[in-house]
Design a protein around this ligand. Structure first.
Ligand code: ADP
Length: 257
C-alpha cells in the first residue's frame, strides 16, 4: 500500500488515472489505519475491566475474608462484568450496522411512531419526556423502524443521562424545507466546542470520570453515526457547555412519501 504510481505526465489521461488510483490508495490506507486504531481501542477498553476483575478475585482468594468483604468484592467483579457486557453488546450492534438490513425500508407514520416511542421511554425511565410535534398532521417517511428506534434510543438515552432528573427533555418533529427533522433536545451538561468533532468517534467520552449515573462506553454515538450514514440520514449537533444539547436526525426529501 505504501507504493504509489509515479506521475510522469500528470495532465494526460494516464496521469489522471494514476492520480485517481493514488487517491483511492490514500483513502484505503487511512481506512485501514482507522480500523487498526479501533481494534486497539476496543482491546484496551475490554482489558481495563478484565484487569479489575482479575485483581479483585486474586485479593479474594489470598486469604479468608469476612462476609461483608466477599459481598463488596463480588459486587466489584459484577460491575466489571456488566461493563464488559455493555461494551461487547455495543460492539456487536456496531458490527451489525455494517451488514444489517438497513436498506429494507417500510412506510412509517412519524406522529404515531414518536408518540409510542416517547410513551414507552417515559414509562421505562420515569422521566417526563415531552413530544413537540409541529406538523399537526400525519407525516410518512420511508425508513427502517428498527434502526430509527436504535438511533433515537441512543440519543434520548444520552439526553436523559447527561441532564438532571427534573430537567426537561424534548423530542421535536418538524418539517423544514430540506425534509423532515427529529430533534432530541436537553438542557443538560452540554458539550465543549472543541469536542464536538470527536463525540462520534468510537470510545470518545468527554470525561472518563463522570459521576454515578453517567456510565457509558463511548460507543453509542458511533453507532448512531454509522447507522445514519448507512441509511442516508443526516445527524447534526448543537451544544453549549452547561446549557444543553440538541441532536437532530434529518430525513432528506426523497425519504418522504
Ligand atoms: P457514552 O454516553 O456511552 O459515553 P456516546 O457515544 O453516546 O457514549 O457519547 C459520547 C460522549 O459524548 C459522551 O461520553 C458525552 O461526553 C458526550 N455526549 C453525548 N450526548 C450528550 C448529551 N446529550 N449531553 C452532553 N454530552 C453528551
Amino acid at each position: 500500500l505504501n507504493e504509489r504510481i509515479p506521475l510522469i505526465k500528470p495532465n494526460d489521461e494516464i496521469g489522471q488515472l494514476s492520480s485517481s488510483i493514488n487517491n483511492l490508495l490514500n483513502r484505503l490506507e487511512s481506512a485501514l489505519k482507522r480500523e487498526k486504531q479501533f481494534t486497539s481501542d476496543a482491546s484496551h477498553e475490554l482489558r481495563t475491566p478484565l484487569a479489575v476483575l482479575r485483581g479483585t478475585l486474586e485479593v479474594l482468594i489470598r486469604k479468608p475474608r469476612t462476609p461483608e468483604e466477599y459481598v463488596e468484592k463480588i459486587q466489584t467483579s459484577l460491575n466489571s462484568i456488566d461493563r464488559m457486557t455493555a461494551i461487547t453488546d455495543q460492539l456487536l450492534a456496531l458490527a451489525r450496522a455494517d451488514v444489517g438490513k438497513l436498506h429494507e425500508v417500510e412506510e412509517c407514520e412519524l406522529m404515531a411512531f414518536c408518540e409510542e416511542f416517547v410513551a414507552e421511554k417515559s414509562q421505562q425511565t420515569g422521566r417526563d419526556i415531552e413530544l413537540a410535534y409541529e406538523l399537526g398532521m400525519p407525516i410518512f417517511v420511508k425508513t427502517n423502524e428498527k434502526a430509527l428506534r436504535l438511533i433515537l434510543n441512543n440519543l434520548l438515552g444520552n439526553a436523559l443521562k447527561y441532564s438532571e432528573a427534573e430537567s426537561p427533555v424534548i423530542l421535536r418533529v418538524s418539517k423544514p424545507d430540506s425534509g423532515v427533522k427529529i430533534e432530541v433536545i436537553d438542557q443538560g451538561v452540554g458539550i465543549a466546542e472543541e469536542n464536538l468533532g470527536r463525540i462520534f468517534d468510537p470510545f470518545f467520552r468527554e470525561k472518563e470520570d463522570y459521576s454515578e449515573g453517567k456510565q457509558g462506553t463511548g460507543l453509542g454515538l458511533a453507532i448512531v453515526k454509522k447507522i445514519s450514514d448507512e441509511m442516508g440520514l443526516t445527524i447534526q449537533v448543537f451544544s453549549r457547555k452547561n446549557e444543553g444539547s440538541t441532536f437532530s436526525v434529518g430525513f432528506p426529501t426523497e425519504f418522504q412519501s
